[in-house]
Design a protein around this ligand. Sequence first.
Ligand code: ATP
Length: 381
Amino acid sequence: MDGAPRQAEVSRLMILDVDLHHQQGGFTLQTRFQSDGRLTALFGPSGSGKTTLVNIIGGLINPDEGHVRVKERVLVDTRQGILVPKHRRRIGYVFQEARLFPHLTVKQNLLFGRWFSPRRERSADFAAIVDLLGIGHLLTRWSSGLSGGERQRVAIGRALLSDPHLLLLDEPLASLDEERKTEIYPYIERLRDEGNVPMVLVSHSVPEIARLATSIVVLNNGQVTASGPASDILRHTKFFPQSGPIEAGALVETRVLRHEEPYGLTVLQAAAGTLTVARLDLPVDAPVRVRLRARDIILSLSPPEGLSALNVLPGLIAAMEEGERGSIDVTLDCGGDSIVASLTRKSVERLGLRPGLPVQAIIKSIAFDREALGSARAGNM
Ligand SMILES: Nc1ncnc2c1ncn2[C@@H]1O[C@H](COP(=O)(O)OP(=O)(O)OP(=O)(O)O)[C@@H](O)[C@H]1O
């Protein structure tokens, strides 16, 4: 036995299991994926079918063929003639606009969500949800006077109070500016990490899914071009043609190792080694998810000397594949962390890169959550 879960166990672990065929005018949605993620991001360009897919999961569109299962519940199975009506699906929706009732207070808006859960099954804890979303101080306010970010937090709270089995977030942050988005991300992260409601997030933004998603489904023209754990998918620049090599890259989990106060720097510990960044306003040992964008990594055959870059990680080339626009994605195994560099074919040939070769990854800059930086910014170290 190799310790790998057997197929039956794998299926049980799957939170979302979707296999659909649906024709809509001249557009065909043909999607198949499974996700065990706590937050599954649906990513794809405009018109790729994200909303259609969300509407099928939510019960607003009946698909021609296929099935949708959430945990062990079958919502749709055309072969077995199962089509659970939308009001019985126990799905919470949050849209781009919060759609709160302006003539009700925040508390009344929140309690409205409760009407949708069967009385005997009401388990959502009002106080815990209010606390999780940081909206306790808003309860007596009229919803019409809230900021965009506050409105979305209340909308998420209202959806959670309906005791949903799944939360569908259809571009909930798209109408907010960067600052308001940054205000909401930590709450969605808490929900992902502490709540037990699986979420599906529709998003156009690579930084957003890099920050929030645990699983990613990439849609293109109605088809799934890739799906899997976020860290696996984000590594491939070719799955993100509209953002190109600019945003794709590796996600690396780190912890704060120490602060170097005289230099205004923080040292993070990753499996791959240490990374030095501008001072973070976080305690030692705090977890920090960093994103190493493929375009921000240079490869060298020998340890660089006389270079100002502080972040150099040794690794072995694990894989090489065609990236976006003729570039080559070179994946490195750096002590167990996967890091990807996007290189031109010319550089690959000039350096004689091939799987198994030891190289040094010079990291030009590190992207991560803005509030994790405190007042500092991710710099070119
Ligand atoms: N009722 C309909 N009848 C025919 N075609 C439709 C209908 N609704 C949507 N479509 C088409 O289906 C395709 C997928 O649309 P969908 O809204 O699901 O894409 P999307 O990925 O959500 O796009 P966006 O990011 O712009 O919201 C598009 O080509 C759209 O024009």
